[in-house]
Design a protein around this ligand. Structure first.
Ligand code: S3P
Length: 431
């Protein structure tokens, strides 16, 4: 439990930890490649360490050199793990690894913590079965633990209706070892780090627009060639600091080296639509990803805003902190088409509504989102995080803005994506 009180303002420069999605992929793709890869500024957090440990238990050699990793690739020839693989709290680990395990002829079992064992897996299990892998698990394969015996795959066509980057990535990784082509069509483009990074590893793929959406297509039996990957700062982690700076009078922050990939920066674009003072500076590209320093300044009263279903994928993980920002805006804000929030690390719609209401916000719950009428202030309260890192961080920011004391239960869950969150807050907060 941590106690949080109102802060005066925030000031300074901060390089938040590296991107979680890119760090997972960098270590997995390096392990799948032929040769020795180097990953710079790798995020070391509970989620990404779960991925790293699983790869090590399948014979991958990984050497930590400061904040970098040197990885000896196995060219898809892993060894059968001697025990159950543990993805802990990490959906990305579980779903991407199910794709990888489906290429391997051996037996494996993957599980996770209580939260991950509640989350749906059929979205990835079903298409992998169609490709020819054997997978089974609780609830007919929808829930972990799931066992896999893979190999002898054939490429498929898959329509990614839920715009899940985890499913897309799992199928592309399996498709690289399959017979024939694997084609994925998305009505709304989900985060495209897998496509960008696979290109850096020398994979040949076709990307185009079709009548049903964005198409990515690759041929099977391709090798990944070892390379060097840089992991930029995580926009999801940066979002908490940006929200605090623009809502707290007298604040000014420079968030350094942040990933501003258009499939990920929807939160920042939405804030600009609300009237926030945000600028991308020093825009550049490293490892096929756009990066910028994001300048944020106190912006006065913001305008209410609507988040439409097509906006959701590019800001899905930032919706808890966006809800806090909406609470202080002028007018009624809405989020629709965000039903996926119900199957994240917690039921995030429920957690947002319940905790914001306890702090005095005017919020209505929808099955697929919420509606918030702006108020002048929030009051401190007891916050239930449900062990969800993004709920803990979003409501810590709410606590810094509220009157009185806010108590956050189980705040150590921030270690899933941002182990130094509270230390970094101290660095920029002025009391
Ligand atoms: C992720 C994809 C998203 C996101 C998650 C990370 C990824 O999930 O919410 O935090 O790294 O591919 P879905 O694939 O379920 O949309």
């Amino acid at each position: 439990m941590i106690s949080i009180r109102k802060v005066k303002s925030v000031k300074g420069e901060l390089r938040v930890p590296s991107d979680k999605s890119i760090s997972h992929r960098a270590v997995i793709f390096s392990a799948l490649a032929e040769g020795e890869s180097y990953v710079r500024e790798w995020l070391s957090s509970e989620d990404t360490l779960a991925t790293l440990n699983i790869l090590q238990s399948m014979g991958v050699e990984i050497y930590k050199e400061g904040s970098n990793l040197r990885i000896i690739g196995k060219n898809y020839n892993f060894i059968e793990p001697k025990n159950v693989l543990d993805a802990k709290n990490s959906g990305t680990t579980a779903r991407l690894m199910l794709g990888v395990l489906s290429t391997q002829p051996f037996f494996s079992v993957i599980t996770g913590d209580e939260s991950l064992r509640r989350r749906p897996m059929l979205r990835v299990v079903e298409p992998l079965r169609q490709m020819g892998a054997f997978l089974d698990g609780r609830e007919s394969g929808n829930k972990l633990p799931i066992c896999v015996r893979g190999g002898n795959l054939t490429g498929i066509y898959f329509f990614n209706k839920k715009a899940s980057a985890q499913v897309k990535s799992a199928l592309l990784l399996a498709g690289l070892r399959a017979k024939g082509d694997t084609e994925i069509v998305e009505p709304i483009l989900s985060r495209d780090h897998t496509e960008r990074m696979l290109k850096a590893f020398g994979v040949d793929m076709l990307q185009m627009e079709g009548k049903d959406g964005h198409i990515v297509k690759l041929k099977g039996h391709q090798k990944l060639q070892a390379t060097e990957i840089y992991c930029p700062a995580d926009p999801s982690s940066a979002s908490f600091f940006a929200a605090l700076a623009l809502l707290k009078e007298g604040s000014e922050l420079l968030l350094k080296d942040v990933l501003v990939n258009p499939t990920r920066d929807g939160f920042f674009r939405k804030l600009i639509e609300m009237g926030a003072h945000i600028k991308y500076e020093n825009l550049r590209e490293i490892s096929n990803e756009p990066i910028a320093d994001i300048y944020v300044k106190y912006s006065g009263k913001l305008r209410a805003v609507e988040v439409l279903p097509e906006d959701v994928p590019s800001m899905i993980d930032e919706l808890p902190i966006l809800a806090i920002v909406m609470t202080f805006a002028d007018g009624i804000s809405r989020v629709r088409g965000a039903q996926e929030l119900r199957v994240k690390e917690s039921d995030r719609i429920r957690a947002i509504v319940e905790n914001l209401r306890a702090m005095g916000a005017k919020i209505e719950e929808y099955e697929d989102g919420f509606e918030i009428e702006g108020v002048e202030s929030l009051h401190g309260s007891y916050i239930k995080t449900y062990g969800d890192h993004r709920i803990a961080m979003a409501f810590s920011i709410a606590g810094l803005l509220a009157e009185g004391e806010t108590l956050i239960d189980n705040e150590e869950c921030v270690a899933v994506s941002y182990p130094s969150f509270y230390e970094d807050l101290k660095k920029v907060c002025i009391q």
